[in-house]
Design a protein around this ligand. Structure first.
Ligand code: FAD
Length: 382
């Protein structure tokens, strides 16, 4: 018998969600997480969709994540071009289009859930190797005491793409980086999230408590510079890129930057191994799709596991059903974000005009707008 029914490599938000979704199913579940609880917190802000909230509510963790700042409206525009579109929670008959919170708090809250003892949760345990056999996958891991081994009917790789050894990986280097920071503005945000496309890349300002969380995509060189600038210089550049809405900016907290690339595993389920979250697809943060998609991966992988007898878990029939179930949602998310980045991150005049017309048309055709909202919130099953 393998040591585990399901062994999860990576206990970030997606891996932890999978473990929590398997709770109470009578399965032997393990989680190997490389980070220790003392590791530095990841500063990225996260916009979770209403659909993700529903998943986290079902897992019983949403309450612990409150207060998360609701997004009542999303305002999309392009710098130096006409056309804009507004998506409204009221129009979509939802309490909010999404919620903003920080990655570190989300990861900590989910990790606390794993500490409850229903699974074998090990931190400071870095997976270093993965091999498959007929009836099990074997994992090598390191907790600083030399190499250790474990075997499972199914290894779920949720390591954020660190191993990316599950299958062939298609990559596109966007030659962009995202700067993150929290800023304060003169005018209140009124729970509006702004997505502004600039030639260097999209700039998002998300309502975050009384302040705004910035995810500012630009060239890697500019990103480094923006992080090094004195406060006044940063705020001035932000105001220039964003425009005069919100009445200008008054302060900025710590800044960090993240390199951006698209990484897509050609197959997410092979021989006793399934990939999910960023390990299956790492997307550009435009439109805040990556984690939302990853939570749906976790939710649906858990559903396919719970549907089966233990001895069927990780078998060919199981894995092909997981791959098929996720095809449309993954494909849609990858295509949507990749197309947005490539279409909007340039200053080519005819494209700018086309984008303006597209945004104006989107705003004017309610069924298309409704489709977009539902796609962003619930994925392919919207
Ligand atoms: C700037 C920025 C802003 C973003 N904003 C949004 C947003 O608004 N909305 C949204 O939906 N998405 C957003 N994303 C994407 C989102 O952050 C990712 O999709 C999400 O973090 C993926 O979660 P994950 O658990 O799959 O991977 P990760 O968050 O990368 O977690 C992977 C975990 O695996 C662990 N690990 C790594 N290697 C190993 C190993 N060898 N062994 C064991 N454990 C290991 C890591 O320590 C980590 O805990 C953003 C991304 C960026 C860069």
């Amino acid at each position: 018998m393998p040591d585990y029914d399901v062994l999860i490599a990576g206990g970030g938000p997606v891996g932890a969600t999978l473990a929590l979704a398997l709770r109470g199913g009578g399965l032997v579940v393990g989680v190997l997480e490389a980070r220790t609880p003392q590791a530095a917190a990841d500063p990225r802000p996260i916009a979770l969709s209403h659909g993700s909230r529903l998943i986290l509510e079902r897992l019983g963790v949403w309450e612990a994540l409150e207060p998360a700042t609701p997004i009542a409206r999303i305002h999309v525009s392009q710098r130096g071009g006409f056309g804009r579109v507004e998506l409204d929670a009221g129009e979509a008959r939802l309490p909010a289009l999404g919620y903003v919170l920080d990655y570190a708090r989300l990861a900590r809250t989910l990790a606390r859930g794993l500490d409850a003892g229903f699974c074998d949760y090990r931190t400071g345990a870095a997976v270093t190797g993965l091999t498959s056999e007929q009836d099990r996958a074997r994992v090598q891991f390191d907790r600083g005491k030399g190499v250790e081994h474990a075997a499972a009917r199914l290894v779920a790789v949720a390591d954020g793409g660190a191993l990316m050894a599950v299958a062939q990986v298609r990559t596109r280097d966007y030659r962009q980086a995202a700067v993150t920071a929290r800023v304060t503005s003169r005018a209140p945000h009124r729970n509006v999230a702004y997505e502004r496309f600039t030639p260097a890349g999209p700039l998002a300002l998300l309502p975050d408590g009384e302040a705004l969380a910035v995810v500012w995509t630009t060239t890697p060189e500019q990103a480094r510079l923006l992080c090094a600038l004195p406060e006044a210089g940063f705020l001035q550049r932000l105001a220039h890129a964003f425009g005069s809405r919100l009445g200008g900016f008054t302060g900025v907290g710590d800044r960090a930057w993240f390199p951006l690339a698209l990484k897509v595993a050609s197959r997410i389920a092979v021989a006793r191994v399934a990939a999910l979250g960023n390990a299956a697809q790492t997307l550009h943060p435009v439109a805040g799709q990556g984690l939302n998609l990853g939570l749906r991966d976790a939710w649906e992988l858990a559903a396919t596991i719970k549907d089966r007898n233990a001895d069927e878990i990780g078998g060919a029939a199981h894995l092909s059903s997981y791959g098929a179930l996720r095809r449309l949602d993954r494909g849609g998310g990858i295509l949507f974000t990749d197309a947005l980045v490539r279409l909007f991150s340039n200053d080519i005049a005819p494209l700018r005009l086309g984008r303006g017309l597209g945004l104006a048309a989107l705003g004017a055709v309610p069924p298309v707008k409704d489709f977009l909202i539902r796609r962003m919130i619930f994925g392919a099953r919207g």
